[in-house]
Design a protein around this ligand. Structure first.
Ligand code: GDP
Length: 197
């Protein structure tokens, strides 16, 4: 496949409420449990080592972090879920902020849910997918850390992972930010998902 150029991405702002966000032509959001490889993937898509660092700086980890592409479309980096150390009260606000965003963002096309390709979907991942289904929020699945699974195990792992999520094997794109596997495909899909219609 022809190589897709890196996504030209800029950090725009952090917000604690969907109402603070600027209107943009179209947007996708990326979500996943902490440590799934979200920052590494965003950096790989943009081919910039430090881009997603902004989402990991103190004070921003629990916020909605907005990035803009060269054509004005946007990518929302949602806070990672499943930090064990976060107190229940903070988790509740977090939940309502994210739900407010997912249900209230008008230009949101779909949500990319990241799953750890090495460990498969966790109970929390499946809860998230259940919530998306129940609320009719469209989503696509991307598995991370392709390089961490032995080549001989990959087919089986992908089958297991997609079966647990209730989708077909071809519905999951499996990438590696570290080894640049399927990053081109993901860039092309991001462009397609964001295309104005
Ligand atoms: P985030 O918390 O979801 O933003 O996850 P990070 O991008 O910080 O990644 C969490 C850990 O997984 C880090 O140690 C990364 O180096 C590692 N990681 C992320 N993507 C990959 C990958 O594609 N392959 C491998 N082997 N490790 C990865």
């Amino acid at each position: 496949m022809a190589s897709a150029p890196p996504l030209q991405m800029q950090f725009v702002m952090s917000a604690s409420d969907v109402d603070q966000l600027p209107d943009t032509p179209s947007e996708i959001a990326i979500v996943g449990r902490s440590n799934v490889g979200k920052s590494s993937l965003i950096n790989a898509l943009a081919n910039r080592n430090q881009l997603a660092k902004v989402s990991k700086t103190p004070g921003r980890t629990q916020l909605l972090n907005l990035f803009e592409l060269d054509d004005g479309t946007t990518i929302m980096d949602l806070p990672g879920y499943g930090y064990a150390k976060v107190p229940a009260r903070v988790r509740a606000t977090w939940g309502s902020m994210i739900e407010g965003y997912l249900l209230g963002r008008e230009n949101l096309r779909l949500v990319v849910v990241l799953l750890d390709g090495e460990v498969g979907p966790t109970a929390l991942d499946l809860d998230t997918l259940g919530w998306m289904e129940a609320n009719e929020v469209p989503y696509r699945l991307v598995a991370t850390k392709h390089d961490k699974v032995k080549p001989s195990q990959r087919d089986k792992r992908k089958k297991d992972l997609s079966a647990k999520c209730g989708v077909g094997v071809t519905d999951v794109l499996w990438v590696s930010a570290s080894k640049n596997v399927n990053i081109d495909q993901m860039r092309a899909r991001v462009r397609e998902w964001l295309r104005p219609r």
